[in-house]
Write a protein that binds this ligand. Structure first.
Ligand SMILES: O=C(O)c1cc(=O)[nH]c(=O)n1[C@@H]1O[C@H](COP(=O)(O)O)[C@@H](O)[C@H]1O
Length: 224
Protein backbone atom coordinates (compact mmCIF):
# COMPACT_ATOMS: atom_id res chain seq x y z
CA UNK A 1 0.00 0.00 0.00
CA UNK A 2 1.30 3.47 -0.78
CA UNK A 3 2.11 5.81 2.10
CA UNK A 4 -0.73 7.88 3.62
CA UNK A 5 1.68 10.80 4.04
CA UNK A 6 1.21 13.75 1.68
CA UNK A 7 3.99 16.33 1.85
CA UNK A 8 2.89 19.99 1.83
CA UNK A 9 5.25 21.72 -0.59
CA UNK A 10 4.67 25.21 0.77
CA UNK A 11 6.98 27.51 -1.16
CA UNK A 12 6.59 29.86 -4.13
CA UNK A 13 10.06 28.86 -5.37
CA UNK A 14 9.79 26.27 -8.16
CA UNK A 15 13.39 25.10 -7.81
CA UNK A 16 12.99 24.51 -4.10
CA UNK A 17 9.61 22.80 -4.64
CA UNK A 18 11.11 20.48 -7.26
CA UNK A 19 14.08 19.72 -5.05
CA UNK A 20 11.94 18.79 -1.99
CA UNK A 21 9.48 16.82 -4.12
CA UNK A 22 12.29 14.89 -5.75
CA UNK A 23 13.89 14.19 -2.35
CA UNK A 24 10.70 12.74 -0.82
CA UNK A 25 9.37 11.11 -3.98
CA UNK A 26 10.13 7.48 -3.08
CA UNK A 27 8.51 7.52 0.36
CA UNK A 28 5.65 10.03 0.09
CA UNK A 29 2.09 9.06 -0.79
CA UNK A 30 1.57 12.32 -2.64
CA UNK A 31 2.36 16.02 -2.89
CA UNK A 32 0.12 18.73 -1.50
CA UNK A 33 0.35 22.01 -3.41
CA UNK A 34 -1.36 24.96 -1.78
CA UNK A 35 -1.86 28.67 -2.15
CA UNK A 36 1.78 29.64 -1.66
CA UNK A 37 2.88 27.40 -4.52
CA UNK A 38 -0.14 27.95 -6.76
CA UNK A 39 -0.24 31.77 -6.57
CA UNK A 40 3.28 31.90 -7.96
CA UNK A 41 3.47 28.88 -10.24
CA UNK A 42 -0.14 28.36 -11.34
CA UNK A 43 -1.40 25.41 -13.36
CA UNK A 44 1.88 25.05 -15.26
CA UNK A 45 3.77 24.58 -11.99
CA UNK A 46 1.28 21.96 -10.80
CA UNK A 47 1.55 20.06 -14.08
CA UNK A 48 5.34 20.21 -13.88
CA UNK A 49 5.48 18.64 -10.40
CA UNK A 50 2.81 16.10 -11.41
CA UNK A 51 5.38 14.74 -13.86
CA UNK A 52 7.22 13.23 -10.89
CA UNK A 53 4.41 10.67 -10.84
CA UNK A 54 2.98 11.20 -7.34
CA UNK A 55 -0.73 11.92 -6.73
CA UNK A 56 -1.36 15.67 -6.47
CA UNK A 57 -3.50 17.19 -3.73
CA UNK A 58 -4.40 20.69 -4.88
CA UNK A 59 -5.24 22.66 -1.76
CA UNK A 60 -6.86 25.89 -2.93
CA UNK A 61 -9.53 26.03 -0.18
CA UNK A 62 -12.04 27.56 -2.58
CA UNK A 63 -14.74 29.64 -0.87
CA UNK A 64 -17.06 31.93 -2.84
CA UNK A 65 -20.54 31.96 -4.35
CA UNK A 66 -21.46 28.66 -6.05
CA UNK A 67 -21.10 29.92 -9.64
CA UNK A 68 -17.63 31.38 -9.01
CA UNK A 69 -16.35 28.26 -7.29
CA UNK A 70 -17.74 25.96 -10.00
CA UNK A 71 -16.11 28.08 -12.73
CA UNK A 72 -12.82 28.17 -10.82
CA UNK A 73 -12.86 24.37 -10.57
CA UNK A 74 -13.51 24.14 -14.32
CA UNK A 75 -10.70 26.61 -14.97
CA UNK A 76 -8.21 24.22 -13.36
CA UNK A 77 -8.48 21.94 -16.38
CA UNK A 78 -6.34 20.17 -17.64
CA UNK A 79 -5.21 19.37 -14.08
CA UNK A 80 -7.02 16.38 -12.59
CA UNK A 81 -5.87 16.49 -8.98
CA UNK A 82 -6.34 13.40 -6.81
CA UNK A 83 -7.72 15.68 -4.08
CA UNK A 84 -9.10 19.25 -4.18
CA UNK A 85 -10.19 21.40 -1.21
CA UNK A 86 -13.10 23.80 -0.82
CA UNK A 87 -14.33 25.46 2.40
CA UNK A 88 -17.36 23.75 3.95
CA UNK A 89 -18.48 27.18 5.24
CA UNK A 90 -19.30 28.13 1.63
CA UNK A 91 -22.55 26.25 2.16
CA UNK A 92 -24.40 23.36 0.58
CA UNK A 93 -25.02 24.79 -2.90
CA UNK A 94 -21.37 25.76 -3.27
CA UNK A 95 -20.24 22.30 -2.19
CA UNK A 96 -22.64 20.58 -4.62
CA UNK A 97 -21.60 22.79 -7.52
CA UNK A 98 -17.88 22.33 -6.77
CA UNK A 99 -18.27 18.55 -6.79
CA UNK A 100 -20.31 18.63 -10.00
CA UNK A 101 -17.66 20.76 -11.73
CA UNK A 102 -14.70 18.59 -10.68
CA UNK A 103 -13.37 15.66 -12.72
CA UNK A 104 -14.86 12.33 -11.59
CA UNK A 105 -11.42 11.09 -10.52
CA UNK A 106 -10.92 14.02 -8.12
CA UNK A 107 -11.87 13.67 -4.47
CA UNK A 108 -13.42 16.97 -3.44
CA UNK A 109 -13.00 17.48 0.31
CA UNK A 110 -14.35 20.23 2.55
CA UNK A 111 -12.17 22.11 5.01
CA UNK A 112 -14.13 22.24 8.28
CA UNK A 113 -12.34 24.11 11.08
CA UNK A 114 -8.75 25.09 10.27
CA UNK A 115 -6.21 23.40 12.53
CA UNK A 116 -4.78 26.85 13.34
CA UNK A 117 -7.98 27.77 15.23
CA UNK A 118 -9.00 26.96 18.80
CA UNK A 119 -12.30 27.52 20.58
CA UNK A 120 -11.43 31.16 21.42
CA UNK A 121 -10.75 31.86 17.75
CA UNK A 122 -14.09 30.30 16.81
CA UNK A 123 -15.89 32.46 19.34
CA UNK A 124 -14.19 35.56 17.92
CA UNK A 125 -15.65 34.84 14.48
CA UNK A 126 -19.12 34.22 15.87
CA UNK A 127 -19.10 30.42 15.98
CA UNK A 128 -20.73 29.64 19.31
CA UNK A 129 -20.20 25.87 19.22
CA UNK A 130 -16.83 24.32 20.06
CA UNK A 131 -14.44 22.94 17.46
CA UNK A 132 -15.65 19.38 17.81
CA UNK A 133 -19.31 20.27 17.31
CA UNK A 134 -18.51 22.56 14.40
CA UNK A 135 -16.47 19.87 12.63
CA UNK A 136 -19.35 17.40 13.08
CA UNK A 137 -21.86 19.89 11.72
CA UNK A 138 -19.75 20.70 8.65
CA UNK A 139 -18.90 17.03 8.07
CA UNK A 140 -22.61 16.23 7.91
CA UNK A 141 -23.12 19.11 5.47
CA UNK A 142 -20.26 17.92 3.24
CA UNK A 143 -21.63 14.39 3.23
CA UNK A 144 -25.16 15.53 2.35
CA UNK A 145 -23.73 17.66 -0.47
CA UNK A 146 -22.11 14.59 -2.01
CA UNK A 147 -18.49 15.42 -1.26
CA UNK A 148 -15.87 12.71 -0.78
CA UNK A 149 -14.71 13.75 2.67
CA UNK A 150 -13.41 16.50 4.90
CA UNK A 151 -10.28 18.11 6.28
CA UNK A 152 -10.17 18.23 10.09
CA UNK A 153 -7.64 17.88 12.88
CA UNK A 154 -6.68 14.55 14.39
CA UNK A 155 -8.67 15.49 17.46
CA UNK A 156 -12.00 15.27 15.62
CA UNK A 157 -11.36 12.53 13.09
CA UNK A 158 -12.48 9.55 15.20
CA UNK A 159 -15.90 11.08 15.90
CA UNK A 160 -16.30 12.20 12.29
CA UNK A 161 -15.33 8.76 10.97
CA UNK A 162 -17.91 7.05 13.23
CA UNK A 163 -20.65 8.95 11.40
CA UNK A 164 -19.15 8.63 7.90
CA UNK A 165 -17.57 5.21 7.62
CA UNK A 166 -16.45 5.46 3.99
CA UNK A 167 -15.54 9.16 4.12
CA UNK A 168 -12.11 10.38 3.04
CA UNK A 169 -10.50 12.10 6.01
CA UNK A 170 -7.59 14.46 5.43
CA UNK A 171 -5.68 15.34 8.61
CA UNK A 172 -3.16 18.23 8.77
CA UNK A 173 -1.72 19.71 11.97
CA UNK A 174 0.50 16.65 12.20
CA UNK A 175 3.42 16.99 14.59
CA UNK A 176 5.86 14.25 15.58
CA UNK A 177 6.45 14.42 19.35
CA UNK A 178 9.65 16.49 19.13
CA UNK A 179 8.75 19.02 16.41
CA UNK A 180 7.92 22.72 16.59
CA UNK A 181 4.20 23.48 16.64
CA UNK A 182 4.40 26.85 14.83
CA UNK A 183 1.00 28.36 14.00
CA UNK A 184 -0.97 25.11 14.47
CA UNK A 185 -3.28 24.84 17.48
CA UNK A 186 -5.06 21.48 17.14
CA UNK A 187 -2.27 18.99 16.57
CA UNK A 188 -1.71 15.25 16.78
CA UNK A 189 1.15 12.82 16.23
CA UNK A 190 1.14 10.92 12.93
CA UNK A 191 0.53 7.56 14.59
CA UNK A 192 -2.34 8.82 16.75
CA UNK A 193 -4.02 10.44 13.73
CA UNK A 194 -3.86 7.23 11.71
CA UNK A 195 -5.16 5.22 14.67
CA UNK A 196 -8.04 7.69 14.99
CA UNK A 197 -9.11 7.08 11.38
CA UNK A 198 -7.26 9.53 9.11
CA UNK A 199 -7.21 8.49 5.44
CA UNK A 200 -4.20 10.67 4.67
CA UNK A 201 -1.89 12.88 6.73
CA UNK A 202 -0.66 16.27 5.54
CA UNK A 203 2.86 17.00 6.75
CA UNK A 204 4.70 20.17 5.88
CA UNK A 205 7.42 21.84 7.94
CA UNK A 206 8.42 18.80 10.02
CA UNK A 207 9.66 17.33 6.71
CA UNK A 208 10.31 20.30 4.43
CA UNK A 209 12.17 22.24 7.16
CA UNK A 210 14.46 19.33 7.99
CA UNK A 211 18.07 19.23 6.80
CA UNK A 212 17.27 15.92 5.11
CA UNK A 213 13.57 15.85 4.18
CA UNK A 214 13.56 12.22 3.06
CA UNK A 215 15.13 11.07 6.33
CA UNK A 216 12.56 13.08 8.29
CA UNK A 217 9.76 11.54 6.21
CA UNK A 218 11.08 8.01 6.71
CA UNK A 219 11.36 8.60 10.47
CA UNK A 220 7.68 9.59 10.53
CA UNK A 221 6.67 6.66 8.31
CA UNK A 222 8.48 4.29 10.68
CA UNK A 223 6.11 5.31 13.49
CA UNK A 224 2.97 4.32 11.55
O1 LIG B 1 -6.27 22.01 3.90
C1 LIG B 1 -5.18 21.83 4.45
O2 LIG B 1 -4.33 21.09 3.95
C2 LIG B 1 -4.98 22.42 5.78
C3 LIG B 1 -6.11 22.58 6.55
C4 LIG B 1 -5.98 22.92 7.90
O3 LIG B 1 -6.97 23.00 8.64
N1 LIG B 1 -4.74 23.12 8.41
C5 LIG B 1 -3.62 23.02 7.65
O4 LIG B 1 -2.51 23.20 8.19
N2 LIG B 1 -3.72 22.73 6.30
C6 LIG B 1 -2.52 22.71 5.45
O5 LIG B 1 -1.64 21.69 5.90
C7 LIG B 1 -0.28 22.14 5.82
C8 LIG B 1 0.32 22.05 7.19
O6 LIG B 1 1.68 22.38 7.13
P1 LIG B 1 2.65 22.21 8.39
O7 LIG B 1 2.00 22.93 9.54
O8 LIG B 1 3.91 22.85 7.92
O9 LIG B 1 2.76 20.71 8.64
C9 LIG B 1 -0.30 23.53 5.24
O10 LIG B 1 -0.01 23.43 3.86
C10 LIG B 1 -1.73 24.01 5.45
O11 LIG B 1 -2.15 24.83 4.39
Amino acid sequence: MSSPIFIAIDTPDMDRARSIATAVKRHAGGLKLGLEFFCHNGRAGVLELAELGLPIFLDLKLHDIPNTVAKAVQALSPITPAVLTVHAAGGRAMLEDAKAAAPAATKVVAVTVLTSLDNDDLESIGVASNGHAQVERLAALAREAGLDGIVCSGQEVAAARRKWKDGFFVVPGIRPADSAIGDQKRIMTPRAAIDAGASILVVGRPVTGADHPDEALRAIAATL
